[in-house]
Design a protein around this ligand. Structure first.
Ligand code: TYD
Length: 204
């Protein structure tokens, strides 16, 4: 089973994935989790370029291709082999992030991005995608207050983050059998138990 978590910056995906992974392991499942961009040696190098606050001249198309390059690598090197070995694979962001940020957010052509993503992933789609939905203002404030290092991508304008959220909600509405939406504006334990319930329902 291939699960992805999506959501705006500061929605708490990383922490939730750690808790979820412990929970599923305690139930006897083999779990592997990672994050994007990154998750492989090559992907981590690409991540450094993407996050670097000095890279102020990076063009949106360059950015899109770098995200896709990192993804192509993790799919082939990590995700596919782990799925074949029977792991539940959980990714902190996947192709939908590129649709949301580089597509809806930056206004790149959605059809072209979809084709690019299909090339980058070799067509591998998640079985289940959980959207931790959050007002971008709340998310960005959380980030500023210390939820990780402030990076080049956080520094984009609030308007972009609003378009990203709207994009996520639209994608979720278009493919309701794959997406589940949880409000991230709740205590960590409540969000976690919502996620656990969704995954257990699916596994059963
Ligand atoms: P990260 O520090 O991992 O933030 P978060 O904890 O919110 O996931 O930074 C990832 C950033 O990269 C985040 O701002 C979203 C952005 N991003 C894209 O714009 N497109 C993508 O395809 C991916 C995977 C991430």
């Amino acid at each position: 089973m291939f699960i992805t978590l999506e959501g705006p910056d500061g929605s708490g995906k990383t922490q939730q994935i750690q808790l979820l992974s412990e929970f599923l392991q305690s139930k006897g499942y083999k779990v592997f989790f990672s994050r994007e961009p990154g998750g492989t040696e090559i992907g981590d190098k690409i991540r450094t370029i993407l996050m670097d606050l000095h890279n102020t001249t990076m063009h949106p198309r360059t950015e899109t291709l770098l995200f896709c390059a990192s993804r192509a690598q993790i799919v082939e090197q990590v995700v596919k082999p782990k799925l074949q070995e029977g792991y539940i694979v959980i990714l902190d962001r996947y192709a939908d992030s590129t649709m949301a940020y580089q597509g809806y957010g930056h206004g790149n052509d959605l059809k072209m991005i979809r084709e690019l993503l299909s090339f980058a992933t070799g067509g591998l789609k998640p079985d289940l995608t959980i959207l931790l939905d959050l007002d971008p203002e709340i998310g960005l404030n959380r980030r500023k207050r210390g939820g990780g290092e402030w990076n080049r991508l956080d520094a984009y304008q609030l308007e972009l983050h609003k378009r990203v959220r709207a994009g996520y909600l639209k994608m979720a509405a278009q493919e309701p059998e794959r997406w589940r939406i949880i409000s991230a504006d709740q205590p960590i334990e409540v969000v976690q138990s919502d996620i656990q319930r969704i995954i257990l329902d699916y596994l059963e």
